[in-house]
Design a protein around this ligand. Structure first.
Ligand code: AMP
Length: 505
């Protein structure tokens, strides 16, 4: 039996010529041989720390090539990689460690002292740092370890990773991802997006999230592409890398920030063949502006922690702004109405997906799993969407963001799209807040574009003849920027909390 995921990701890496795998921000070039060897040594170092097949290895470290060795080394040792957002506080880490009970927790050297007691209280005895000063770090142990000869055998259905959801409602849940779920999705995306060893992918995403770890890194590993591996979004570094690169994967804010830079020109993007966006909705306007500036049509795709990627606009064929394209070749997608029956084409309902990409359930949460994953394999995504006559999928928002005002459904995206098109508006978020009469009232939070041509009256007048009265905002507020998380998602729960007392009697 083989180690399903790692065997595929590192296939040929040690026999291939020394092809570059990644160039770090400081110009250091890592080749595939070094990566594979480093992963083998890391696997030995983890086994020496007591990691057994199926053990979780929780990791809260910065983005580095060493952390990729840790990812591959964990899976090679038969472990389950569990990356945590570097922004999580000690209290949050305590919850994750208590829930996941990892064998080993690898953390930032600056946090180690404080986190040891947190980890011990949560039942994790071994707290290590990846690098840092002196001996005793994993990097140090790895450098002295004998490379693991054979990856520990793991089946297609065995877990390779647990990724916690961002937990905008209630506590985060650990999505269990099998070797096969991760591998099949990366293979599908590699083929669909035509990645080959000739590609150079700009990688500026975090690697504790599905986008940067499984979409970007796994696709590069599988296809033989190399990475420009940046610690985070940095317009200077991305624009400098672009003339030698062929592809970029980003969240929508990457694109809006790059558009604000006059150095983004057709010449600079001439070597690029593909710009991909996901993790949050890309405004149709950004899509159009990007095409006007660079000549490239951004390819938008849709996915989530629990499903990896589920849909994509086509590589060839029309990439339609405001849509997330078609279900991936091996993924089935349906739109369910409130009555639990498929809605007719074009109508809005909850998106469900089924396929090899779907997770195996939530770690230690059988009731949550049963609520969202049907016994026949359909996963209830919680996203609202529709499919048009040609099969393009449009995301309308999260079901929990649906506003019910006076008994009528209001889809925030419909109102936001109209407001976004008004003069003087950069973007908007439409939310529902408690209202004594209507249950919920629609309000709009608007970010002006700086031209000064926008006011509450202009917004209300602008939507008045386009929307039924119950959909029109009852109040309009202005902010300099919408609150977003690192993946560019607007934090609607935070906005709802900020304005929750607005209509209190
Ligand atoms: P996460 O689990 O953090 O990856 O978040 C997944 C959620 O991000 C999905 O359920 C969607 O609500 C949202 N999302 C991802 N990609 C897109 C997209 N292209 N357009 C709109 N929403 C998206």
């Amino acid at each position: 039996m083989a180690n399903c995921l790692v065997d595929a990701l590192l296939a040929g890496a040690e026999t291939a010529p020394k092809t570059p795998f990644a160039t770090a921000a400081d110009g250091t070039v890592y080749d595939r041989v070094a990566l594979a060897l480093g992963a083998r040594k890391m696997a030995t170092a983890l086994i020496d720390q007591g990691v057994l097949p199926g053990d979780r290895v929780a990791v809260q470290v910065g983005k580095s090539l060493a952390s990729l060795k840790l990812y591959l080394g964990t899976v090679m040792a038969g472990g389950v990689f569990l990356p945590l957002n570097t922004a999580y506080t000690a209290a949050e880490v305590s919850y994750f460690l208590g829930n996941a009970t990892p064998r080993v927790f690898v953390c930032d050297p600056a946090q180690q002292v404080g986190l040891i007691s947190v980890a011990e209280a949560a039942g994790t005895q071994t707290v290590l740092t990846l690098d840092g000063k002196g001996e005793g770090t994993l990097a140090d142990a790895q450098s002295r370890a004998v490379p693991l000869e054979q990856p520990i055998p793991r089946d297609a259905d065995d877990l390779a990773a647990i990724l916690y959801t961002s937990g905008t409602t209630g506590r985060s849940k650990g999505a269990m991802l099998s070797h096969h779920a991760l591998l099949s999705n990366s293979q599908t995306l590699t083929d669909l997006w035509r990645f080959t060893e000739r590609d150079v992918l700009i990688h500026a995403l975090p690697i504790y999230h599905t986008h940067g770890l499984f979409v970007a890194t796994n696709v590069a590993l599988l296809s033989g592409a190399s990475l420009v591996f940046l610690p985070g979004f940095d317009a200077d570094a991305i624009l400098e890398a672009m003339p030698q690169a062929t592809a970029m994967m980003g969240v929508p804010t990457f694109y809006t920030r790059l558009l604000a830079d006059p150095r983004l020109t057709p010449d600079r993007a001439a070597n690029m063949r593909l710009f991909i966006s996901g993790s949050a909705p890309l405004l149709a306007e950004t899509h159009r502006d990007w095409e006007a500036r660079t000549g490239h049509r951004i390819l938008e795709r849709y996915g989530m922690t629990e499903t990896n990627m589920s849909t994509s606009n086509p590589y060839e064929g029309e990439r339609r702004p405001g849509t997330v394209g078609f279900p991936l070749p091996d993924v089935a997608l349906r739109i369910m109405g409130e009555d639990g029956v498929d809605v007719t084409p074009g109508e809005i309902g909850v998106i469900e997906v089924r396929g090899p990409n779907v997770f195996s359930g939530y770690w230690q949460m059988p009731e949550k799993t049963a609520e969202e994953l049907r016994p026949d394999g359909w996963f209830i995504t919680g996203d609202l969407g529709r499919v048009d006559a040609e099969g393009y999928v449009t995301i309308v928002g999260r079901a929990k963001d649906l506003i019910i005002s006076g008994g009528f459904n209001v889809y925030p995206k419909e109102v936001e799209s109209l407001i976004d098109d008004l003069p003087g508006v950069l973007e908007s978020a439409v939310i529902g807040v408690p209202h004594p009469d209507f249950g919920e009232a629609v309000i709009a939070i608007v970010v002006p574009d700086g031209s000064g041509a926008v006011s509450k009256d202009s917004i209300l007048a602008g939507v008045a003849d386009q929307l039924a009265k119950f959909k029109r905002p009852k109040e309009v507020f202005f902010l300099d920027a919408l609150p977003r998380n690192t993946m560019g998602k607007v934090q609607k729960a935070a906005l709802r909390a900020d304005y929750s007392d607005l209509f209190k009697a």
